[in-house]
Design a protein around this ligand. Structure first.
Ligand code: GCO
Ligand code: MG
Length: 407
C-alpha cells in the first residue's frame, strides 16, 4: 500500500498543534501528532523539508522498517525535534494500518487488557480554598485521581498555578502568546516548607482514599527531593513527578534511598536510552514519556515492555500540548499494555475539539479510545485553516537573585 502524499498541517485553535497527514494510494489517510510545545515550527520543518520526501512511494504497512529508516538514516539520533517527527510518521502509519484492518488500533496492539483507562486531572489553587474548589470541580467532572499544584507564600508566579486558577478548566496552557517568555520566580526552601502542609490539608478535607499526585517540575536537587519525598510519605501520594532534572539518572539513587514516595519521571525524555539506569536499577515507578515525543507507538511499546520487566508502569504524558491525535495514540496503547499505571488527562478547549473530532470518551474517571477503525480522530482541515500558527513561549524561571532555574 504505497504512500502517495504526506502533508504537515499547523493549526492554532487556542494553542499550536503540528499534525502529519499521510495518504495512501487507495485513499486511506492516517494522522500523527508532532507537536512540541513552544518549538512547533522546528518539527514542521523537519517533517516537510527532510521526512515527507522520503515517505512518498514507501509501503505504508512497513511501520518498523520506516521507523528504523528514519531513526538510523539521519545519522543524528534522538532529541525532541527528531523524535517528535518520527512519532508523527509512526502514529499516522498505525492509524492507516488499523483503518485498513477495519479495527480500532488497540486491537492490533493485542486487544484490551482492561475496561477503561484511569485518568488524573489537574487541580490547582493560589490558596487552600481555591485549591479545594478546584479539587471539587474535578471530582464533579468525574475524575477519581487528582494532581495537586499550589502557590507558595512569597513566590509571585508558580508555573501551572496562576494560568489555571482563572476561568475554565482548559485555560491551562503554559506557553503564552507573548513576544518574549513570561518570567516566573522560585524559592525551593519556601516550597519545601509549604507543600507538606498543603497535602495534610487536602487529606483532611478529602479523606485517605483519593489518589493524589504532585509535579515537582525538575526544580529540586537530589537531597531536596529526598527530603520532600520523605515529608510527603504520611499523605500517601500516588506519585511525585520530575523531582530532579533526571537527565542525571544516577541522582535518583540518592532520592530512592531516602523515600518510599513513588516516583514518576520522563516527560522531557525521548528515547529508551534516557531510562536505562532508571529502569534497570528500579529507581522510578512510572514512565512519563509522551507517545508524541518518544518516537510514537513503536518506540513507546518497546520502552514500556522494558519497564514491565521491573514492575515499572506507564504514566503517559497527556497535557493539552499533546494534540487529540497524540492523546488517542496514548489511549490505544494504555488499553492494550499490561503494565498500565495511570493516564494524564486535561481536556482540550472546545475550539480544539472543533478542529479535531474525537471518538474517545471520559466516563466516571475512565477514558476509552472508542471503537472506530484506526485512532478514531479526524482533522477538519477547513476548521484548522481558520486558526493560523501563533508564536508562543514556555516560561523562564528565576530564583530571587535573578539566577535562571529549572521550571
Ligand atoms: C505535565 C507537564 C506539563 C508540561 C508541559 C510543557 O505534567 O503535564 O509538566 O504541564 O509542563 O507539557 O509543555
Ligand atoms: Mg509534568
Amino acid at each position: 500500500m504505497k504512500i502517495v502524499a504526506a502533508e504537515v498541517i499547523v493549526t492554532s485553535p487556542n494553542r499550536n498543534f503540528v499534525t502529519l497527514k499521510i495518504t495512501t494510494e487507495d485513499g486511506i489517510t492516517g494522522l500523527g501528532d508532532g507537536t512540541l510545545n513552544g518549538r512547533e515550527l522546528s518539527v514542521a520543518s523537519y517533517l516537510t523539508d527532510h521526512v515527507v520526501p522520503l515517505l512518498i512511494g514507501r509501503d505504508a504497512h512497513r511501520i518498523e522498517d520506516t521507523w528504523q529508516y528514519l531513526y538510523r538514516s539521519a545519522y543524528w539520533r534522538r532529541g525532541p525535534v527528531t523524535m517528535a517527527a518520527i512519532a508523527a510518521v509512526d502514529v499516522a502509519l498505525w492509524d492507516i494500518k488499523a483503518k485498513a484492518a477495519g479495527m480500532p488500533l488497540y486491537q492490533l496492539l493485542g486487544g484490551a487488557s482492561r475496561n477503561g483507562i484511569m485518568a488524573y486531572g489537574h487541580a490547582s489553587g493560589r490558596d487552600l480554598p481555591e485549591l479545594f474548589d478546584s479539587v471539587r470541580k474535578h471530582l464533579a467532572l468525574g475524575f477519581r485521581s487528582i494532581r495537586i499544584q499550589t502557590s507558595v507564600p512569597g513566590i509571585d508566579a508558580v508555573y501551572g498555578v496562576a494560568a489555571q486558577s482563572e476561568g475554565e478548566r482548559y485555560d491551562y496552557e503554559p506557553a503564552q502568546r507573548t513576544p518574549l517568555p513570561v518570567e516566573e520566580d522560585w524559592d525551593t526552601r519556601a516550597y519545601l516548607r509549604h507543600l507538606p502542609g498543603v497535602f495534610e490539608a487536602v487529606r483532611n478535607e478529602f479523606g485517605p482514599e483519593l489518589p493524589l499526585l504532585h509535579d515537582g517540575h525538575h526544580r529540586m536537587t537530589p537531597i531536596q527531593a529526598a527530603r520532600l519525598g520523605k515529608d510527603l510519605e504520611p499523605y500517601d501520594l500516588f506519585w511525585l513527578e520530575d523531582c530532579t532534572p533526571a537527565e542525571n539518572q544516577e541522582a535518583l539513587r540518592l532520592v530512592r534511598q531516602h523515600t518510599t514516595t513513588p516516583l514518576a519521571i520522563g516527560e522531557v525524555f525521548n528515547t529508551v536510552w534516557d531510562y536505562q539506569t532508571l529502569i534497570r536499577e528500579q529507581l522510578i515507578d512510572y514512565v512519563r514519556s509522551a507517545v508524541t515525543h518518544t518516537g510514537g507507538i513503536t518506540a513507546m511499546r518497546k520502552l514500556l515492555d522494558f519497564a514491565a520487566q521491573y514492575q515499572i508502569k506507564s504514566g503517559i504524558h497527556g497535557p493539552t500540548d499533546i494534540s487529540p491525535v497524540g492523546m488517542a495514540a496514548a489511549l490505544h496503547l494504555d488499553l492494550a499494555i499490561h503494565n498500565f499505571g495511570i493516564q494524564e488527562y486535561m481536556q482540550h478547549s472546545p475550539l480544539t475539539d472543533e478542529v479535531f473530532r474525537q471518538s474517545f470518551t471520559f466516563t466516571d474517571g475512565y477514558l476509552h479510545p472508542g471503537e472506530q477503525p484506526g485512532l478514531g480522530v479526524e482533522l477538519d482541515e477547513r476548521a484548522a485553516a481558520r486558526f493560523p500558527y501563533v508564536a508562543a513561549y514556555l516560561p523562564v524561571n528565576r530564583l530571587k537573585d535573578g539566577t535562571v532555574h529549572d521550571w
